[in-house]
Ligand binder design. Structure first.
Ligand code: PRP
Length: 185
């Protein structure tokens, strides 16, 4: 890597690492759902928009895309503990095969909340596809399709932000502590 943004400590996943793994996940998901009807992919905004866009363009099965927006962190580097739905799905999901698409599982609160909420709407099935999971001990719903396990550090890029910055970096990188400690987080 020639030069990276000075706010970043190191690149954890290169553009190539991500693209190869996204292709593998898309292949696996396509194989698993080939015999079923339309797969209903639910991208969790904002973070998952880039991952979802890359993933769906590699699927070889019929699928629909929808979004939910939830909030857990605000602009702080630590979790507030609360999950709120800011924008809900457009359609009922009863009897549909849902695949939740998330950029990251950190404490697992968001994924657990979404599972509980969507399970209550009686889908035919409910699974999750997550690009990265932090290696920590917090218990959460099992992840059905996982891209990578990563260290418990603050990461940005490929959809993930810090205070709305760095989302469009093509790789996933560790943010320097000095950047997120500046705001007293
Ligand atoms: C991030 C991420 C997940 C959630 C994971 O979203 O996109 O939804 O946090 O954290 P958890 O496992 O501790 O619940 P964030 O609230 O930062 O919103 P954003 O996607 O809009 O940036």
């Amino acid at each position: 890597m020639s030069s990276i943004n000075p706010d970043l400590e190191r690149v954890l996943l290169t553009e190539e690492d991500i693209s190869l793994r996204v292709a593998e996940l898309a292949q696996q998901i396509s194989d698993d759902y080939r015999e079923r009807g339309n797969l209903y992919l639910v991208g969790i905004l904002k973070g998952a928009f880039i991952f979802l866009a890359d993933l769906v363009r590699q699927l070889s099965i019929p699928h629909d895309v929808d979004f939910m927006a939830v909030s857990s962190y605000g602009n702080s580097a630590t979790s507030s503990g609360a999950v709120r739905i800011l924008m809900d799905l457009r359609e009922p999901v009863e009897n549909r095969d849902i695949l939740l698409v998330e950029d990251i599982v950190d404490t697992g609160q968001t994924l657990s909340y979404l599972h509980k909420t969507l399970q209550g709407r009686r889908p035919a099935s409910l699974k999750s596809c997550v690009l990265v999971q932090k290696e920590r001990e917090a218990p959460h719903e099992p992840i059905d399709y996982l891209g990578f396990a990563i260290p418990d550090v603050w990461v940005v890029g490929y959809g993930l932000d810090y205070a709305e910055r760095y989302r469009t970096l093509p790789y996933l990188a560790e943010l320097k502590r000095s950047v997120y400690m500046k705001n007293g987080s």
